[in-house]
Ligand binder design. Structure first.
Ligand SMILES: Nc1ncnc2c1ncn2[C@@H]1O[C@H](COP(=O)(O)OP(=O)(O)O)[C@@H](O)[C@H]1O
Ligand SMILES: [Mg+2]
Length: 302
């Protein structure tokens, strides 16, 4: 589903670009202008979110890399059983926010956080949290496929092995189930013992998705999972995200607006480490409340 902005006719008449001197003063951006001036700003969070059940809940979450603040007062809920896309200009903090959910940023020296995050009501950042246990509850897929140098079968069931599962039947069933969910089973079922490194990039990424869901995660975190793939492999991953969202909650970072429009139920626009507008994807793309959101999703700024 590629959506066209509903009021495109009206938008085309506006010829001013942000920061442009041609055609008069630049447009006023209620939230983004405040962010640029480093003044407090209230993001537009649509009330359609109120009807959703949250799997992850972020409350005034802030993050610093050393002395540089990368996330500012992020409060948002990630809806159960839905696909939520994080969009925004490069460097706005999308990956940082995603990596905050499974505390991958803990591995970076000098990272400090404030505020809270809950995963199914359990605090993610409380002192007693076992980070290894926390990460088992979340699946993650990165930009570049990262299969391990082992067989296709061993790749998929790796998280179960690490967890001590040895029963051959359980492992075989899990591998088949997840490879089917990842739309890869038919292509690999006769060569499960071959190296995963022999697969194409798109197949490797589907394998990584199979591996990310084998332990039944509560949320699947995807960081630009198609950015290293060709258009056909990208389309297959997008179809796959759509299919797995029937069973899983997905939080996906993408710099590709069409992709956000095609795969997600909810979209959040970020800018300089802040949330700008968050609502149903259809509303964000066709009926945003903020002018900056409309300009961003139609490619006029960012
Ligand atoms: N490991 C890191 N150490 C220091 N700064 C970082 C690190 N990772 C990201 N940043 C900074 O944090 C900000 C947000 O980055 P990032 O989350 O990667 O943005 P996005 O994914 O939206 O492109 C950027 O200014 C980036 O330079
Ligand atoms: Mg990123």
């Amino acid at each position: 589903m590629i959506t066209e902005p509903k009021n495109q006719g009206a938008s085309i008449k506006r010829i001013t670009m942000p920061g442009s001197v041609v055609g008069g003063a630049p447009p006023a951006y209620r939230v983004i202008d405040a962010i640029r001036r480093n003044e407090p700003s209230t993001p537009e969070v649509h009330d359609t979110l109120d009807r959703e059940e949250a799997v992850v809940e972020m409350k005034n979450f802030c993050l610093w890399y050393g002395s540089t603040q990368a996330l500012f007062e992020i409060s948002m809920k990630i809806s159960r059983g839905k696909v939520t896309a994080l969009i925004g200009p490069s460097g706005c903090g999308k990956s940082t926010l995603l990596r905050s959910v499974n505390r991958l940023n803990d591995l970076v020296d000098g990272v400090r956080v404030r505020g809270g995050m809950l995963l199914n009501s359990d605090p993610i950042y409380a002192p007693h949290v076992d980070v290894i246990d926390l990460r088992k509850r979340l699946g993650m897929v990165f930009q570049k496929p990262n299969p391990f140098p082992m067989s296709i079968f061993e790749n998929v069931i790796y998280p179960l092995r690490v967890d001590g599962e040895r029963r051959r039947g359980v492992l075989k069933d899990a591998a088949e189930r997840c490879l089917k969910s990842a739309a890869l089973w038919d292509e690999v079922k006769d060569r499960l013992d071959e190296s995963a490194l022999g697969l194409s990039g798109g197949q490797q990424q589907r394998l990584c998705i199979a591996r990310a869901i084998v332990a039944e995660p509560e949320v699947l975190l995807l960081d630009e999972p198609c950015s290293a793939l060709d258009p056909i492999a990208t389309l297959r991953i997008e179809e796959l995200i759509h299919e797995i969202s029937e069973r899983y909650t997905v939080l996906i970072v993408t710099h590709n607006m069409q992709q956000a429009a095609r795969v997600s139920d909810f979209t959040a626009l970020m800018y300089l480490g802040r949330l700008v507008e968050y609502g149903r994807t259809a509303d964000i793309f066709q009926n945003p409340r903020l002018r900056e959101t409309e300009d961003y999703v139609t490619g006029r700024f960012g």
